[in-house]
Write a protein that binds this ligand. Structure first.
Ligand code: GAL
Ligand code: ZN
Length: 685
């Protein structure tokens, strides 16, 4: 059983220190140490010449102290000698510039010399340590896509892209049709004429670009698969994972995760909040109250939910922020209690194991200002103290391992939809992730547990499924959604859904394209609303109109389809904005408005009522509720990211404190920056 661990870089520290570090890790209650993911130049100082001495000794020292080992393949950091011998492994950016050695991830996934070198080091590492009794698993590479490194515009990629297109379309004519290449004389008559879509004048063709994005993502999935094949062969019985990142959008993580035993990801709450708040909150959206040093709990929860939805299993946190980071704008030092809070929050959202990044703050190079569990001088920092304090949570955390996150509601998200929408947003603030996040937060505010899953995932366990905006729709997806509804589910389809075919052309019948049959309504027109322009939405039971920002669609319901909400003002006045109809044993709704916070709140309240889903608790702003189910017990988590005591009202049947067994009153108080965990026997629900 692995509960807690830490990332360690023996190559950063004098060998004399290793034994003390290892002993101290064990004494702190850590079970696992992740090493080696950037140490290529140390392992293979020259082509084909390996130096395992230092790593052998590090492995023995750590294993000797009773730690389990996770090894990272060192491929995110190709050594200078490799780059010197094969400069063509360096990626080329969209401006056509060949990037340099000196940072990390300076590689093209399609460069043959890199693939050869990568195969060699991965095989050598796996042969050397793959059967070591202390080795429990592997991390492939490190953070594919970190620093915008998925899309390369080099000649290797151009050639590989042409092969990818040949495999996808078979013939040039099919590709030309799929791209609408008749436009602006793009029609191709030889495969070699096809270029990568950078450096074009005017705009590139969005079908061409979407395929290039798919190809780029596939390139890394295939690259990882080559590593995994070797690891499974040379190191049987060990798990293989990758450390993903919530914010990455350029790599189809569903595809990447399919090859892994489980998903792990890197959780940096303050850094992510610093970077992503402007991206993720558009007009009419406000972050919930939270401590400046805690990170936005809604954003952290969103990434947790997205990551665990990739395989719909519990996950690991492979790098948990241990204190301040170095890569945000301001990098606050957390106040006491926050590292513990983050750890419990991880478990609340479906994590089984937490590995902190990193053991000790580094004295040199790029990450000097990043905290570790130990300070620069090797003495315990805040993270260390708080991990020590987790001793009293250990029993509970162990009980939670393997329990399944539970939600009645699923939101649908796909990376391909995200790419397609970003190519032609039509409104600068219309963004797929923002739309999903807006509804996610609205469900959270209303006290519901939510999953985020791929549109083609098995949806049968959900009472309510919401597609905030479903861009690329084909017959299979339409049939899949129809089957869900006919089987008794409630489905809401949001604006701009079904408008496009998988190759990014408008469906010839106009919106909602293939979904029209299921929805029973047509979109009469869509209006992009510039800043300052709002249309009024009229809900059946609300006296006041709700102002809609960003996007509005008029709907024409067919026979037997109810117009639930209508446009009260604006150019669509009098038309339907929300429709509902029964199909088989279920129901399907279409909603034609951008989900700003107030709009989303009304929509979620209506949806919960229509679908019969019940909130877990009545929550104040800044508090979220989640669920996990074990074989005998179910667990409720109340996560308070604010600086105040908060009260949550619970619904029967009653919960008891998961640690002490003390029955909870009908209203519980959650201390600032804390997580309460309730339990009750499974049958009770
Ligand atoms: C992660 C990365 C680590 C380290 C860390 C700093 O994204 O995987 O190697 O750079 O960030 O926060
Ligand atoms: Zn390339």
């Amino acid at each position: 059983m692995t509960l807690l661990g830490v990332c360690y870089y023996p190559e950063h520290w004098p060998e004399e220190r290793w034994a003390q570090d290892a002993t101290q890790m064990r004494a702190l209650g850590l079970d696992l140490v992740r090493i080696a993911e950037f140490a290529w130049a140390r392992m293979e100082p020259a082509e084909g010449r390996f130096d395992w001495g230092w790593l052998d000794r590090a492995v023995e020292t750590l294993a000797g102290a009773g730690l389990k080992l996770a090894l990272g393949t060192p491929t995110p950091a190709p050594p200078a000698w490799l780059v010197q011998a094969h400069p063509d492994i360096l990626p080329v950016d969209a401006e056509g510039r060949r990037r340099r050695h000196g940072g990390r991830r300076h590689v093209c996934a399609n460069a043959p010399a890199f693939q050869t070198a990568s195969d060699r080091i991965v095989a050598a590492l796996a042969k050397r340590y793959g059967q070591h009794p202390a080795l429990v698993g592997w991390q492939t590479d490190n953070e594919f896509g970190g620093g915008s490194t998925i899309r390369c515009y080099c000649d290797h990629c151009a050639a590989a892209f042409r092969r990818w297109l040949q495999a996808r379309y078979g013939s040039l004519d099919q590709m030309n049709e799929a791209w609408g290449a008749v436009f602006w004389s793009q029609w191709y008559t030889e495969w070699d004429q096809i270029q990568l879509p950078n450096l074009v004048l005017g705009q590139p063709n969005p079908s061409h670009v979407l395929d290039y994005y798919r190809f780029s993502s596939d390139s890394w999935v295939a690259y990882q698969r080559a590593q995994i094949r070797q690891l499974r062969e040379l190191s049987p019985g060990r798990w293989v994972t990758h450390n993903l990142m919530g914010p990455v959008r350029s790599l189809d993580y569903y595809a990447l995760a399919a090859d892994l035993d489980f998903v792990s990801w890197d959780n940096y709450p303050t850094g992510n909040t610093d970077r992503d708040t402007p991206l993720m909150y558009g007009p009419g959206a406000t972050p919930p109250p939270h401590g400046y040093d805690v990170g936005d709990p809604a954003l952290t929860a969103f990434y947790h939910t997205l990551m665990r939805g990739l395989k719909r299993q519990p996950v690991w946190i492979m790098e948990q922020q241990p204190g301040y980071v170095n890569w945000g704008k301001h990098n606050p030092t957390p106040r006491p209690g926050v590292v513990r809070y983050w750890t419990l929050e991880d478990f609340a959202h479906g994590t089984d194991t937490v590995v902190y990044f990193r053991w000790r703050a580094c004295h040199y190079a790029q990450e000097q200002f990043h905290s570790g569990l130990l300070k620069h001088d090797g003495t315990p920092d805040q993270g260390f103290q708080e991990v020590a304090g987790l001793d009293k949570d250990r029993d509970l955390l162990t009980r939670l391992q393997g329990t399944q996150p539970q939600a009645d509601v699923a939101l649908l998200y796909s990376y391909e939809d995200d790419w397609a929408a970003a190519l032609q947003p039509h409104h600068a603030d219309f963004d797929v992730r923002r739309a999903v996040f807006a509804l996610f937060r609205a469900f959270q505010r209303a006290g519901h547990a939510v999953d985020i899953v791929h549109p083609r995932a098995d949806l049968s366990s959900y009472r309510l499924v919401v597609a905030p905006t479903l861009w690329l729709v084909d017959e299979t997806l339409t049939a899949h959604l129809r089957a869900y509804v006919e089987g008794g589910g409630t489905l809401l389809i949001g604006p701009r859904s079904g408008f496009k075919t998988p190759s990014n052309l408008v469906h010839p019948d106009g919106p909602p394209g293939l979904l029209a049959d299921l929805v029973g309504a047509k979109v009469t027109g869509f209006h992009s609303l510039p800043p300052g322009v709002t249309y009024g939405l009229r809900w059946p039971d609300e006296a006041e109109e709700t102002p809609v920002l960003v996007w509005a669609e008029g709907l024409e319901p067919g026979p037997g389809v109810e117009a639930v909400a209508t446009w009260g003002s604006g150019l669509l006045e009098g038309q339907a904005a929300l429709t509902l109809r029964t199909v088989g044993n279920g129901q399907v709704a279409y909603f034609g408005a951008w989900p700003s916070d107030t709009v989303a709140d009304s929509l979620v309240a209506w949806l919960a009522h229509v679908a019969g889903v019940w909130e877990l608790a009545e929550l104040p702003a800044g508090v979220t509720a989640t669920r996990r189910d074990g074989p005998d017990q179910e667990y409720l988590f109340l996560v308070n990211g604010t600086d105040e005591y908060q009260m949550a009202a619970l619904y029967p049947p009653a919960w008891a404190d998961a640690r002490s067994g003390e029955p909870w009153p009908a209203t519980v108080t959650i201390p600032p920056r804390d997580v309460l965990v309730g339990a009750r026997p499974h049958e009770a629900g």
